[in-house]
Design a binder for this molecule. Structure first.
Ligand code: UTP
Length: 284
């Protein structure tokens, strides 16, 4: 089994839940503490040695390309004014990974976005992480471990309150050697119809077989081509294992979750802010 070297990050959605922030700015460029959310996602991958990264981008998303590109004028200016630390910080981003781009002409759904990655991925397992979700730790390492062990697709899951399942893809599982084998999945079910309270979080290791299924997937919920529908169909042919994350997840497409990420991650990444934040929260 070859090691996973490629990842696909879809970033072409309109981010309507974050309007008006996202009217002229990609949701994936929204800042969490001191860097855009999508930089965290790329760093998770690079930390696990996955450096060939394809962005599925779209209209109005050029800020993402600029962020990962060189900015020669800025570099020149920082060098000239002796701001070596800042220079290092921005040059580090240019050199993080081998980044490729393909445009999804219309946001027809996450499944359609991933299908745009077929030529890039070829016939290998690959990672998909949505460009607007981050975690309190890097979950990719655990997912790669499980993939190595079971040689199949892996989906990161999170347990939520049953009343919230209608916002997510939800899985039906059976226990298998201490992990969950996925037997069915449903997109945004009513709580009373949900097969569990384990939701799909937006991080996947996928078999290249998924592309055959995506090509056959008809528009589902919301008129979009749903990745969940394609994975569900693939279950008839291939095993898919669910992995329950043991950390916090932040959906930066949701205002409250974004605010939490800023507070909690700043307390973690900048311990000198922690006492101030505690006091500040008490006095709100
Ligand atoms: P979301 O459903 O959270 O993104 O998709 P959205 O559609 O932009 O958000 P809302 O619901 O309108 O607020 C998760 C990820 O998949 C990408 C998004 O950019 C986001 O990073 N995506 C979604 C695509 O690339 N293409 C699509 O057609 C849909």
């Amino acid at each position: 089994m070859s090691e996973i070297k490629k990842a696909v990050i879809p970033v072409a959605g309109f981010g309507t839940r974050m309007l008006p922030i996202t009217k002229a700015q990609p949701k994936e460029m929204v800042t969490v503490v001191d860097k855009p959310v999508v930089q965290y996602v790329v760093e998770y991958l690079v930390d696990c040695n996955v450096r060939d990264i394809l962005f599925i981008t779209g209209k109005g998303k050029q800020a993402i390309e600029n962020h990962f590109d060189k900015n020669l004028e800025l570099e020149y200016l920082l060098k000239k004014s002796g701001k070596e630390e800042l220079l290092k910080k921005i040059m580090y981003i240019n050199e993080l990974a081998n980044i490729f781009y393909v445009r999804q002409k219309e946001p027809k759904g996450l499944g359609d976005a991933i299908l745009h990655g077929e030529n890039f991925v070829g016939n290998e397992y690959f990672i998909t992480m949505v460009g607007d979700t981050i975690y309190s730790k890097n979950i990719i390492e655990d997912m790669l471990y499980l993939h190595k062990k079971y040689n199949c697709s892996i989906i990161a899951l999170e347990r939520v309150n049953k009343k919230d399942v209608h916002k997510y893809g939800v899985v039906e599982i059976k226990e298998y050697n201490g992990v969950y084998e996925i037997v069915d999945m449903v997109e945004k079910p009513k709580p009373e119809e949900a097969p569990s309270n384990l939701i799909i979080t937006g991080a996947y290791i996928l078999s290249p077989k998924i592309f055959d299924y995506l090509k056959k997937t008809k528009p589902g919920r919301g008129g979009e081509i749903q990745l969940t529908d394609a994975i569900k169909d693939m279950l008839s042919e291939e095993k898919v294992i669910g992995f329950e994350i043991n950390c916090k997840r932040y959906d930066i497409g949701d205002i409250l979750s974004w605010l939490k990420a800023n507070v909690e991650l700043s307390a973690e990444r900048f311990p000198e802010f922690r006492e101030f934040l505690k006091e500040f929260a008490k006095n709100l």
